[in-house]
Design a binder for this molecule. Structure first.
Ligand SMILES: Cc1ncc(COP(=O)(O)O)c(C=O)c1O
Length: 304
């Protein structure tokens, strides 16, 4: 099977999808993107793309911040994504990467008077973390970019230099990933995932104004917690609450739902997955595969 990519309005073979070296987005990180998953349901022989609409809604918000004009409507993005997945004929879980980017070959970093282009590539994708165990995290000594520097609310390509520093230095120090604090020293998120704590039985997560990417999975977790009758609070979170929490887990399209074993060498729930995390994780993995009627609205079937 030859994998195809959507570029400049066409579905083309992946190895023929090329762009000029002077492309603005390559020089300055002036792209906005999404990471979407599609899950293969073997019993139904169906591929379900998860919360595609919500991802494209966020793409358009990111685009607005970066002075980009969207070439398509949300419905058109959804159809292009579905057609590309169908063309590639996957029978595995898949990662989908739509990117809207500044494509002029200009030297000035200006965002206006600069063309916008769009591409999607897709690739088979398993677990991002080893899901047989929890994560060993540290608190990063890097800071999250702030809303007034490179706004984390927008998923901007260039902002991921921050994530790269956070993740690489955590790895080099022997951790799986890191929790990163804001300039004001409050908990924001991981290098590429949001974070939840269980404190006195309440699910707590940094609020949307805490210099975080407002994750689609974060929203899914909040809705699933409500379904399970677990109370949720979005609020500012202190670093030491991470050490004191009954449970901690991370979530994201890539990360999915993964429990945290330790933070800065301090064990969380003796390293084991806690009951709240487990309930949410189990429901999540059923929901994404289209197995729960109530949440099937989030799953786009790819094959007719
Ligand atoms: C920095 C950051 N935070 C959070 C997330 C989780 O977002 P989502 O659940 O929409 O994938 C991601 C995922 O890409 C991310 O890169």
């Amino acid at each position: 099977m030859v994998e195809h990519i959507f570029l400049n309005g066409e579905y083309i073979e992946a190895d023929k999808a090329l762009m000029p070296v002077r492309t603005h987005a390559f020089l300055y990180g002036t792209s906005v993107f999404e990471g979407i998953r599609a899950y293969y349901n073997k019993d139904e022989n169906q591929l379900y793309a998860f919360r595609v609409k919500e991802h494209y809604e966020r793409l358009l918000q990111s685009a607005k911040v970066m002075w980009m004009k969207s070439p398509y409507t949300i419905k058109e993005y959804e159809n292009i994504t579905k057609d590309l997945l169908k063309l590639n004929g996957y029978k595995t879980d898949v990662y989908i990467r739509p990117t809207l980017y500044k494509s002029s070959e200009t030297i000035a970093p200006t965002l206006t008077d600069n063309e916008d282009s769009f591409l999607i590539f897709t690739t088979p994708f398993g677990d991002y973390f080893d899901n047989s165990r929890g994560l060993k995290l540290c608190v990063s000594n890097w800071r999250r970019t702030s809303d007034n520097a490179i706004p984390p609310r927008a998923k901007v390509g260039g902002a991921y230099a921050n994530s790269s520093l956070i993740k690489t230095d955590a790895h080099k120090a022997g951790f799986d990933d890191a929790v990163v604090l804001s300039e004001s020293g409050k908990v924001t998120e991981g290098s590429g995932m949001n974070i939840f704590l269980v404190i006195n039985g309440v699910l707590v997560t940094p609020e949307t104004t805490s210099d975080i990417l407002v994750g689609v999975t974060r929203n899914t977790v909040i809705e699933l917690a409500q379904e399970l009758g677990i109370p949720v609070r979005e609020r500012t979170v202190d670093r030491t609450e991470l050490y004191a929490a009954e449970e901690v887990f991370c979530c994201g399209t890539g990360a999915q739902i993964v429990h945290v074993e330790s933070i800065d060498h301090r064990g969380v729930n003796d390293g084991k997955i806690g009951s709240v995390t487990k309930q949410i994780q189990e429901l999540y993995f059923d929901v994404v595969k289209g197995k729960v009627d109530k949440f099937k609205k989030w799953c786009t079937p790819v094959y007719d």
